[in-house]
Design a protein around this ligand. Sequence first.
Ligand code: ADP
Length: 491
Amino acid sequence: MKKLVMLMLALMLAGVTMAQAYDADVIVIGSGLAGHAATYSALEQGAKVLWIEKNPVLGGSTAIATGTFAAAETELQKERGIQDSRELFIQDINRIGHEKADQNILRAFVEKATAVWEWFVRAGLPVDVKRGPFIDPSHSPYSVPRTYVPSPNKSSIYTDLLYQKMQQYKDRLTILLNTKAEHLVVEQGRVTGVLTISDKGTVTYRAKAIILATGGYGSNREMIRQYSPKYSEVMTVTLPFATGDGHRMAKEVGAELVNMGYICAYFGGMPATPGKYAIGFGDLTSGAADAWKGDIWVNKRGERFINEDDSDEDPREVALNEQPDLESVIIFDQGMVDFNKRFPISNFEKRLAENPYAVKKADTLEELCAAFGLPVDQVRREVAATNADYAAGRVDRFGKKPAVPFSKGPWYGILNRGVIFMTQGGVKTDIGMRVLDSKGRWIPGLYAAGEVQGTSQWGGYGLAGGTGNAPPLVFGMEAGRNAASEAKLLK
Ligand code: ADP
């Protein structure tokens, strides 16, 4: 008995010692938009923060992203007399996301996005007032102008500003670059630490709360194969660090992963050679696609599958995801080039020379089909049907009234494949960014924000304009604030 009391006393003392051995109040893992926002807001709440990034530089995916931000009921909208409401914003995202968003997370985003946007404006974010608020034509358009453009239009403008603002707290901030978080540490049911690997070897850091801001898993082929086998070979434009480490670490400690089967690949991928990818991203998206008349898109079976002229990009994106190998060939002829007075992608002739695998020209439709390996009879039927619909002034089976017929060679084709540039599945959280287990219970001490949550939690299946930047910033701020509050309670 005496021995047992001694042992318990020793354990309690060990517990006290452990509780005192925190390296920080809050550890933030990852330094994209969510990591910057979380670090800033935890510091602003008075927390001592340890910030861990596996890359040699901070910034994550901001290196390649533009800066649009969507929010409703803003000062800029009011100045312009734009009638908007948070409810309308929610309705729009539900429409665009096919009603698949987590309604609580979506509402939390929309409710908080306004204040976060205004905070950035007050903090000195340069806004391009000539370009916004506007209705972003990428993806599916909102019903009112509510997308803002910073100047320059780069995602890194937010992280630069946050980094600058956090300098006032730098005595409470430690940044570890080239340091990879490998596993979370759980003690008595709480997440209390992170095991890291760096040139210092394996080191465990302890904190009262940990925030995962590790981004998506678009560059992890194994995870894509495991969760979305249909996308196993689909090309990706995510950066190499998007390996789903946060998803894995959270799962190891019992977190629920949601919507891991969702991937919505976007069109615009132009393979350079089999297995080697070049991206014609932007050229083939909505602006060009609906303004450029006449082209038909056929799948590997030579069948059309969509109204190519639909000004709403979403149906085309979703339909491409349903085609074999997420592949289509955009076919048009010289008569259409003359009608539109340009080619449907920029630098067409240059691309023809540089990327003969994806961009082709032939004297006849038969030769073009042979070059792409398309079944010529089926494509011929599609071309004849398009010309018959044009001649009769008829709307076709996809709701398109052809504006120009196929009339003369040469014939042109562009191979267009779906491409992954964000991942939709992720770590389930509540509206305070607390990570939940499969029974919906908090995992004490653990938070997640940004693409690690999966874009589907706030956006459903699809991507609404301006939500590449806004949710990671909004939820990063929220995670930082709540993690700092939890840390205060443990003092
Ligand atoms: P978000 O938009 O959600 O902020 P990003 O993709 O921009 O996501 O950023 C994620 C960041 O997390 C990247 O800088 C990436 O290098 C970093 N990261 C991912 N996994 C780890 C890890 N295991 N340890 C440390 N940093 C990580």
